[in-house]
Design a protein around this ligand. Structure first.
Ligand code: 3YE
Length: 206
């Protein structure tokens, strides 16, 4: 199985979906989560990992003088754990170009909108302001430009009149919890990869 490292910053509901998928024996997942790293101490996601018997590490960005030093510490921890694939599950830091390059084609992020629309940290607010009737989530390869990497899996939801950021977020989250495990599985099982041209390649025979 492919060893997966998950980066988090908070409650870890997407982490939980990845754990539940990878540890469900009936699913014979090609992914094994071996390490969870949080840039924030004391978050609930760390407890979720511990409960599932997964090693955890806090690497607090505030302890580092530069973004490069923080990213280097994450890279070292991932490498020491022999991680092969990285999932950003509610991880809220922008990663440096150097780090992104080291994990090119092996790192996924989940974003709560139908990319390439509504990039950035407050997607639901932008969706409601735009008044669009559909939103959703996107699991994409991480490229240096935030939320701009090739999209592997999307799921959509309706936006209803009267929706708030909270009500929309809850509906989109349910989709994230389906899309992210599916995307992790596609990558871990070698069914899809990132091509040299930055686009998704599908592999029908593996
Ligand atoms: N880094 C690169 N490319 C990507 N990180 C994430 C996705 C992604 C990435 O596609 N190069 C919000 C970050 C947006 C923000 O401004 N963060 C601040 C810190 C805020 C905080 O600590 O609460 C910052 O300066 O990094 C993961 C998702 C990033 C979300």
């Amino acid at each position: 199985r492919k060893k997966v490292g998950v980066l988090i910053s908070g409650s870890g509901t997407n982490l939980q979906a990845l754990i539940d998928h990878s540890q469900d024996l009936r699913k014979q997942s090609a992914a094994e989560i071996v390490l969870v790293i949080s840039n924030k101490p004391g978050v609930q996601g760390l407890q979720r990992a511990e409960k599932a018997g997964i090693a955890t590490k806090v690497i607090n960005h505030k302890d580092f003088a530069s973004r490069e030093d923080f990213d280097d510490a994450i890279h070292t921890a991932l490498t020491e754990a022999q991680v092969e694939l990285v999932c950003l599950a509610g991880f809220m830091r922008i990663l440096t170009g150097g780090f992104v390059k080291k994990w090119n084609g092996r790192m996924l992020n989940v974003h709560p909108s139908l990319l390439p629309s509504f990039k950035g940290a407050n997607a639901h607010k932008l969706v409601l302001e735009a008044g669009v009737p559909l939103s959703g989530c996107s699991v994409h390869f991480v490229a240096e430009e935030v939320d701009a990497g090739a999209i592997l899996v999307q799921e959509c939801v309706r936006v209803y009149p009267g929706d708030t950021e909270d009500s929309l977020s809850e509906r989109v989250k349910a989709m994230e919890h389906r899309a992210f495990p599916q995307a992790m599985e596609l990558l871990a099982a070698g069914k899809a990869s990132l091509g040299e041209n930055g686009k998704i390649v599908w592999h029908s025979n593996s």
